[in-house]
Every structure is written in C-alpha cells, then in structure tokens.
Design a protein around this ligand. Sequence first.
Ligand code: UDX
Ligand code: UDX
Length: 430
Amino acid sequence: MKISVIGAGYVGLVTSACLSLDHEVTCIDVDPRKVAELNAGGCPIYEPRLRETIDKGNIEFTQDLGSLDRSDVIFICVGTPCYKGQCDIRQVLAAADDIYRSTKSSKTVVIKSTVVPGTNDKVLDVLNAGVICHKCVSNPEFLREGSAVEDFLHPDRVVIGARESESYDLLEQVYLWHDCFIHMDVVSAEMAKYACNCALATKISFINEISNLCEVTGANVNKVRKVMGTDPRIGSSFYEQGIGYGGSCFPKDVEALIEHGRWLGCPTPLLESVCDVNDNQYTGCLTKLEKYLWLKDSRVAVWGVSFKPETDDIRHSPAVEIIKELLGSGANVRVHDVVANPNLYAELRSWSKKTGISIATVEYYEETDPCEMTKGSDALVIATAWRQYTKAKVSEIEPQVIVDCRGVLNGREAIKQGKCYACFGNPNNS
Ligand code: UDX
Ligand code: UDX
C-alpha cells in the first residue's frame, strides 16, 4: 500500500518507520532541517530502535506534498500543543487543507494526533470543501516515548473510529500484522484517547497524594501499594510516587480535556485536582533539599533532565522545573543526563532571557560517570530514573545530601552510610 504521513515529530516518525516495514511510506514535514537530517541518515529525536527501523523500511522523507495524491491512505501526525489550556488543532486543520489542495481523487485520511472530541468532523469539513469526497478516520496513538517502536509493533489495541465499514477494512490492511482492533465511531475514538491518558495521570496524582500522606503519618508507601495491588480492581502498576508526570502528553491532555469540558458546560473537578496535585508535586524535592541545605550559593548536582528515562524529551519535565527553581534560589547547578542536555541548554537560554536569571554557572555532563560528576557538590538530586543511575553505588556518591525523587538508590544503604537521604513516601520505613 502507498501511505503518506504528514508530520515527522515523535509520533509521525515512529508511525512512518513502523508502517514502512510493510508499505511504501512517504513522510512529509514542513521543516527543511528535519527532512535534511533524516535524509542524511540522522534522527532529530532520541528514540530507541527508531533509526534502525527507518533504515530497514521502504521510506522517503520530503517537504513535497506530491505523494499525497499517489497515496491510498494519509496519516495526520502533526503537533496538537496546548494553547491557553486548549488543544490547538491548527496544525491538524492545516494538514487537512494541504490534503484538500493536493489531491484529485478520494482518500482515506487518518488522524493519529491527539485531538479533542469533535475534531474529526471539523477535519472532514476542510477535506470535503470541494467536490471530492474523502473519508476521515480517528486512530489515536498509544505510544510511550522510549518504547514507542515496541508499542507500535506490539500494541495492546488498535482503535479505529470510522463512519463506514470500508474504512475499518482498509485500516486493518494497513496494520496487517495486528489482531487487536477495536472498532467504533469517530467521537468515541477521540474521547477514548483522552480517557486513557487522563486515567493514567489520575493514578499518578493519586499515588502522589497517598505518598505525601505517608510522609506525614509515618506509613511506607511501598507497603501501601503492595496491599492495593492484591486487589485486582485496583492493581499496582503505574503507581510510582515521585515528582509527578511530565512529557508531551499527560500535562497537555489533562489540561485540554478540562478546558474542553468547561467549554461544553461540563466541569471536570476531578481532573482539575489531578492537575493541581501534579503541578505542586515537584516542589516536594525542594522542600526536602532545604531541610538540609541553604540553597543560595550551594552546589547541587542533578541527575536526569528528561521527563522520563530513554528519551531526550524535556517538555513539561519536572526535572527542568527543579533546575530552574534551584537557579532562581541562587544555587550553582551541574546536571547529568544521558541525551537531554542539548534540549536543556536551549530551554535554559530562552528562560534566562525571559527571567534575567543567570545560567552562566550551569555545567552539563553526559559521558562522565554520574558519580564522578557529583564530586565537589553539596547535594545530589535524582530527578529521572535513567538505568545508569539505578546502578550507582551509594559509596561512590560524594555529596552528603541526597534527594532521590524517583527512588532509584538503595535508600537503606544510603542511610546506613550516614547520608542525609530523602525520597518520597517513606519507602525505607520498616
Ligand atoms: C503530536 C501531538 O502533539 C500529540 O498530541 C499526538 O498525540 C502525537 O503527535 P509530536 O509527534 O510529539 O506529537 O509532535 P511534534 O514533535 O510537534 O511534531 C509535529 C511535526 O509536524 C513537526 O515536525 C512539524 O514540523 C510537522 N508539521 C506541522 C507539518 O509537517 N505540517 C504542518 O502543517 C504542521
Ligand atoms: C504517555 C502514555 O503512557 C502513552 O500511552 C501515550 O498516550 C503517550 O503518553 P509518555 O508520555 O511517553 O506516554 O510516558 P509515560 O510512560 O506514560 O510517563 C509519563 C510521565 O508519568 C513520566 O513523567 C513518568 O515519569 C511519570 N510516571 C509514570 C510517574 O510519575 N509514575 C508512574 O507510575 C508512571
């Protein structure tokens, strides 16, 4: 099958690469630098297995919209950022307009970007403004950064929201190696994506709230979670306490659904609280640090910048918020991250211009051994659970103060060695 994918961001690239293992794919992006880098054998994002999948597949990258009219199916995978709390679908509508202007025969257009319920209808209006009658399908992505290729090739489900039975059949031919299809109408498919991400975000805020209560009551959150997990109705997965969720999906999706509900006159107080809990959660790290340290002129090492391990994505990363707060308090900060430092550097430069807060003393470490780079620091903050950090030996960490926001170290060992060790939810209470 001939497939075009509009958008070479996280989702567009993974979709293009995986589909190109079975189909002839053209991935289109307006950004000339991205297209040039991909054609030169590079990859604009760090995502495990992505470049090798691209290299195995039948795929071309271009800015040219010419392939759209030669395609059987066109995927829309452009960004849907949060704008004033709302899901901004302008890029999706622009892609639909590109399709409308560049095609002379009827196409099946598939929206993979996360869009608020009702967007498919709007896209269909743009596509069908002329005489050609296109079809528009909603096929939300459930790709976790860091394991997106794996998730695409081995999904739990492939949701197909369509208006006609031919669209279900066509999409099943696109995903020919899958057998976990769920058919439904378009608006339910759009809503299902938000429901999934909001449910996951709710679990995280819930466990963080319980974890905060454990800290003031003396209970141990790991034991509490163990008990919760013995009830299959509750489960124990995706209940890791810490500095909260970040990334390009949960923060914007929860906010967008709240705003959409407000606009529809259907308030979502539960989701508002999920958001509030998360927005405050990272401050727990600073409170713990300030128990042991006067931040002004202190030297703080931070392990981890990305919003989670195995990605260079720093969008809404709680680690970045912590680094900014430390800098704002006058601390000298040195950071270690496996791949996200270039993104942090760019972010801090624009933040410094806006706020006037100096970033001159920030030091960046990537290849240096994480323990080695802590030498000379007063404290270590662990903000992202990269595998490298989970392997670190407490005895090789120099700073006396350790705030382990993701619970990666052996806390009991740290305490035994006389460190001022703090983490979330009292997991070391006996
Ligand atoms: C996007 C959405 O934001 C998210 O909600 C959805 O679930 C998955 O897709 P992401 O892939 O991370 O996320 O988007 P982003 O990294 O912003 O990439 C979008 C790409 O589309 C960019 O490279 C941009 O240049 C390109 N684009 C945008 C086009 O090629 N044409 C357009 O008209 C607009
Ligand atoms: C998410 C969805 O999981 C995925 O299905 C898709 O819809 C895109 O959005 P992603 O944002 O890549 O994927 O990461 P995810 O693994 O879901 O983690 C999101 C954030 O939650 C991270 O900051 C992570 O550190 C945090 N998290 C996750 C917790 O704080 N505790 C947990 O138990 C799990």
